[in-house]
Each structure stands twice: as C-alpha cells, then as structure tokens.
Design a protein around this ligand. Structure first.
Ligand SMILES: NC(=O)c1ccc[n+]([C@@H]2O[C@H](COP(=O)([O-])OP(=O)(O)OC[C@H]3O[C@@H](n4cnc5c(N)ncnc54)[C@H](OP(=O)(O)O)[C@@H]3O)[C@@H](O)[C@H]2O)c1
Length: 285
C-alpha cells in the first residue's frame, strides 16, 4: 500500500509515521504543511498526483476550540474545505481518503458509548465543522473511511493545542501549583500510538465507511489526571471542579465516549496511558 500521510508532524500523524514506516507492505509518504497547505486545492492536487497513493490519510485539522469559536471562517476553511480538497484529489487518482473526525460531533446527552449510527448534534463550531467535514468527504469521494477518535495525546504533543493533557498535568505538578480539573466531562482519552497500531490492520482488511476508534473504558478528566499522578508517584494538590465553575467560551459535551458497532475498541485507557508514560518518561516504578 502506498500511503500519503498529511499532517505527518502532528500528534497522530507523527505516531502513524513512527509506527508504520518500515512495515513490509507499506510505502509511507509523510507530508506536512510545507508540502501542501490543505486549503490550497492546486497544491494538494499536485502533491497527490505526484505521489500516486492508494490511500491518503488526512490527519490535519484546526481544532483549538476557543480559536474555532472566535474564528469560524478558519475553522470551516481548514477542516471542511481542507477535507473536501484532500478527498477530491484522492478521488481523482483513484485513492481512498481516510479522514479523522471527533467525539465532539455528539452533544453528550447519551449516558452509554456513542455508536457510529447515533445521530450527530454538535455543541460548538469545531464540532459543527467536523460534521460538515465528514459530509463533504463522503460527497467528494465514495471510497472513504471516516475515523472518529477522542481525547488524543501522543508523544509529539498536539501541534494545534500546544502540548497535550498528560504533559500539562505533569508540568503543573512539577511547578507545585494547585490543579483544578473538570470531573463532569466523561470521555475515553486515547493514546495516538494505540490508534496507529490498530488502524493499519483495519486498512489492510479494506475497512470503509465511518468507524469509532477510541480507548476502552471511560473516565472524567479529573480521574484521568489522578491516574497520571499515581503512575508517576506524584502527589500534587489536585481537586475536582465542574465545567460550569471552570467556565470558558466553548460548550462541550459532558459525555463523549465512543463505542463501536463495527470493530473492537482499543486497549483500555489505563493501558494506553501506561504505554505513553513508559515511552515518553521511562519505566513505571
Ligand atoms: N487532539 C484531540 O484531542 C482530538 C480529539 C478528537 C479528534 N481529533 C482529530 O484527530 C486528528 C488529529 O489530531 P492531532 O491532535 O494529531 O492534531 P495536531 O497535533 O494539532 O496536528 C494537526 C496537523 O495539521 C496540520 N495542519 C493544520 N492546518 C493545516 C493546513 N492548513 N495545511 C496543512 N497542514 C495543516 C498541522 O501542521 P502545522 O504543524 O504546520 O500547524 C499539524 O501537523 C484531527 O482530525 C483532529 O480533529 C483530535
């Protein structure tokens, strides 16, 4: 399989590059914004035509939530128009488009894991943009796989958000600051390495359509923070708070766990966290 990977320096993209390069049946072509800005159709078309992939993976996104809320035009351009451009350029060379999406396409009113067939209803501009991205990708290229993921953290840290939750918690603990973390948003934080490890066999099997690929189990961000501190034997002053108390300009779903009616869930979030901490910070004592 010849695979063009867009967003190769991002959090998910860099783990895909790290774990897929050297696989015997994979010819991976990593690409970044310097190779093609996804909002520039001619640049994307030229890159895709030149590299002649069987699959194009689009991990690019504009997903800083407050920035999306303040600048909906850019949120729509990078996510929706970018998705359209990549999916269309892929179709023109007969390639499959693999587009990443989010748990934030859901409103959080459920209390059991969201399935692929559940109706979407976003609460914020980012979620709305990703719903529109999913739809434009489906229209642009019938040969598509849309992969919804949740609460990503990876070795590279999120380019768009400046780091990741795990590293932010470890930094705050090191600095000795009181830490307040929301305890009423329930999700399944997912190590991007687990997504990269599971996705390649699914692509080899020819999976298409829409699929959820997230860690098993569920937890609040507060309990997740406590698990990080426990595994690193840290004892900061960490207290739970609520979304209402925490404030902020963006409405977020209070429950956004992704289950699947199509494929097994990834390893439990605790296992993904342990793998991340070992790979980033060394053995767990
Ligand atoms: N992070 C999460 O918690 C989360 C949760 C659910 C779903 N997702 C989805 O999962 C996917 C991967 O997220 P991630 O956390 O890996 O993101 P990330 O680390 O922020 O990486 C995003 C990548 O997109 C690139 N990019 C942004 N705008 C671009 C443009 N106009 N043209 C070309 N490249 C551009 C960035 O390049 P530069 O370095 O040049 O900016 C970066 O490499 C995204 O679809 C995201 O919406 C993420």
């Amino acid at each position: 399989m010849r695979i063009l990977l867009l967003g190769a320096n991002g959090q998910l993209g860099s783990d895909i590059a790290r774990l897929w390069q050297g696989q015997p049946d994979v010819d991976l072509i990593p690409a970044t914004r310097a190779d093609a800005d996804v909002t520039d159709f001619a640049a994307v078309q030229t890159l895709v035509a030149r590299t002649e992939p069987d699959l194009v993976l689009n991990t690019t996104a504009f997903h800083n939530l407050p920035l999306c809320e303040n600048d909906p035009a850019t949120a729509m351009t990078v996510n929706v128009v970018g998705g359209w451009n990549v999916a269309t350029a892929a179709r023109e060379v007969g390639a499959t488009i693999v587009q990443f999406s989010t748990d934030y396409v859901f409103d959080g009113n459920k209390r059991s894991p969201y399935l692929e067939s559940d109706p979407r209803a976003a609460l914020n501009i980012y979620g709305a943009a990703k719903i529109a991205t999913e739809d434009t990708v489906r229209i642009a290229n019938p040969d598509h796989l849309i992969v919804r993921v949740s609460g990503l953290y990876g070795l590279a840290g999120s380019a768009g958000k400046g780091g990741n939750f795990v590293e932010t918690m470890l930094r705050l603990a090191r600095e000795g600051q009181p830490i307040r973390v929301v305890a009423d948003q329930i999700t399944a934080p997912t190590n991007t390495a687990e997504i990269a490890s599971a996705l390649l066999p699914l692509l080899r099997d020819g999976l298409r359509g829409t699929v959820h690929l997230a860690a098993d189990g569920e937890t609040s961000w507060y309990e997740f923070a406590r698990a990080i501190f426990a595994l690193r034997r840290l004892t900061p002053d960490c207290q739970p708070t609520t979304t209402a108390e925490f404030g902020g300009p963006v409405r977020r779903p209070l429950y956004s766990v992704l289950g699947s009616e199509r494929i097994p869930r990834l390893p439990h979030w605790r296992d993904g966290l342990e793998r991340y901490l070992r790979e980033k910070h060394g053995p767990l004592s």
